[in-house]
Ligand binder design. Sequence first.
Ligand code: FEO
Length: 170
Amino acid sequence: MDKKVHELLNDQINKELYSAYLYLDMANFYDAKSLDGFANWFEIQAREEQDHAMLIYKYLHNSSEAVTLGAIARPDKAFAALDDPLKAALEHERYVTSLIYGIYAAAEAVKDYRTMQFLDWFVKEQAEEEKNSQELLDKFALYAGDGAGLHALNAELKGRAYAAPSLELD
Ligand code: FEO
């Protein structure tokens, strides 16, 4: 595998684990406010990020490439308003999309079609992640203006269930 592509994929494991940590911090924010539905939504988000990290980890191993694990940064975003994490989540997903595109471009530059095909799943997943984050932010703006609306949205988010990623690597 090309050195640059390898380096970017290896770094992305860290970025995905940081994303998990960031979303856990958002769940933590809502848990402290007794908004268990919002907390549930972000806990599941955190699990999905761990799945993303594992997919890249396995892809590198399956490609006989080394994985080097670095330190995971401390989540350092400060939240005050109830929709602050929702805004930060959307911004973060857009950032992650840009990272995935960067790896894709590096793979394309060296005709690494195997990595491009692997990343296709992530390109689709990022579109989904951005859409989900945007929808949550929109729902908050539309419905959470009073206590009853916030309560109803919280109840809806409590219903989110974890699903394993549609991509499986041995
Ligand atoms: Fe793994 Fe939410 O991007």
